[in-house]
Design a protein around this ligand. Structure first.
Ligand code: NAD
Length: 364
């Protein structure tokens, strides 16, 4: 089959890991007889440097003319001036909103080969296999007003958390459907003891729970969720949360899986159904890692597993997705590790070498 893919590498280690993701995608094409036409675009800081904006309209519109979007990461100290009028992060925020990808799906599974690489004890990690569903186009990151004012007492800043019932219902529905297709447990995260948005969230979750009576629904306060993720992570099947809480909880959860570098994500505009083709934005959960950018040591597995998610949800290529996941497993089983997940007795490889090993392990 023929597919068109937008490749938006961005800044820092974004291009380094995306190159490996693309290499693996092309290996899938060779092994299974598919043709991938790649359309590259600048996003983030590199786009600001070249074009003065974080996202050109033609790059934004490209995302509507392709079968899937592979994104790297944007941002870095070079563009961090608090008074700047354009920011690299505008690119990803605008893209998510333009594509209508309100559901960010982040699987967190402890690969048995990496249990020793985590900072948590192996017995705490046993059986960890969860999906975090994060609302992606609403809440604190998007709602207005969002501003700074000078007052006689000094500066004041305001951000707004706003959610409509419809926005809450559609993201919760993704959570319920995913839970139904897995172990049937949904933890709905909120801060209903303090926030009005969270009280509405809990009310909608409870109402929707009646429609999904086969799913065991629990309400978990976000602070308690943060604690339980470290204390007893294996209890979670699917977690659903609003934008900011989900952003923070997924970084925390990534430590269960040993490194930010190994976790993929899919951002979709509807309930994901295996085999059904849905436009999506796929990116590793990490940022641009300025501390290691340019050294050739970044872990490309998050980007490579994002390619697997794209194959599964946007391209309808289930077998191909599984072949990428198997290839990653095989390479880890053979003892190759990038520096972030290396332990005694493993062989440390570069970003490119890890990509080459996984590419070589793809089979049809
Ligand atoms: P980060 O994810 O870039 O890095 C956090 C830590 O994890 C660093 O020590 C880094 O070296 C390590 N790390 C991350 N990815 C890795 C990989 N693939 N392999 C090995 N180690 C890896 O987060 P940060 O340092 O808070 O942010 C850096 C920049 O990235 C900021 O400008 C931030 O705004 C941006 N950012 C962008 C996105 C995005 O584009 N979606 C997401 C998060 C952060």
């Amino acid at each position: 089959m023929d597919f068109k893919i937008a490749v938006l590498p961005g800044d820092g280690i974004g291009p380094e890991v995306t190159t490996e993701g693309v290499k693996v995608l092309e290996a899938v094409g060779r092994a299974f007889g598919h043709n991938f036409t790649l359309e590259h675009g600048d996003v983030g800081g590199i786009s600001i440097d070249k074009h003065g904006v974080a996202l050109l309209p033609e790059v934004r519109d490209l995302t509507q003319a392709v079968d899937g979007v592979l994104f790297g990461a944007v941002g870095g100290p070079k563009w961090d001036d608090p008074d700047a009028t354009v920011r690299p992060e505008d690119a990803i925020l605008q893209l998510r909103s333009h594509m209508g990808v309100f559901a960010n799906i982040r699987p967190v599974k402890v690969n048995s080969w990496l249990a020793d690489s985590s900072s948590l004890k192996p017995e705490v990690l046993e059986g960890v296999d969860m999906v975090v569903v994060r609302e992606l186009t609403g809440g604190l990151y998007y709602a207005e007003p969002k501003a700074r004012h000078e007052t006689p007492q000094g500066w004041t800043a305001v951000d707004t958390m706003r959610y409509s019932e419809a926005e809450i219902e559609r993201i919760l529905r993704v959570g319920f459907e995913l839970a139904r297709s897995r172990q049937g447990r949904l933890a709905s995260v909120d801060k209903a003891n303090v926030l009005e948005c969270s009280r509405l969230w809990r009310q909608v979750a409870t109402q929707l729970g009646e429609e999904y009576s086969d799913v065991e629904l629990s309400h978990v306060l976000v602070d308690s969720c943060a604690m339980q993720l470290i204390q007893r992570p294996a209890q979670f099947d699917v977690i659903v949360s609003e934008n900011t809480f989900g952003d923070i909880l997924t970084d925390e959860a990534s430590m269960l899986a040993a490194s930010m570098g190994v976790l993929p994500s899919a951002s979709l505009s509807e309930v994901p159904v295996t085999g059904k083709r849905t436009l999506g934005l796929y990116e590793p959960i990490h940022g641009t890692a300025p501390d290691i950018a340019g050294q050739g040591i970044a872990n490309p597995i998050g980007s490579i597993l994002s390619v697997a998610m794209m194959a599964r949800y946007s391209l309808g290529l289930t077998k191909e997705a599984a072949s990428v996941e198997r290839a990653v497993d095989q390479v880890l089983a053979n003892g190759s590790r990038t520096a972030d997940i290396a332990v005694a007795g493993t062989k440390t490889v570069s970003t490119t070498e890890m990509g080459d090993l996984i590419t070589a392990a793809i089979s049809g």
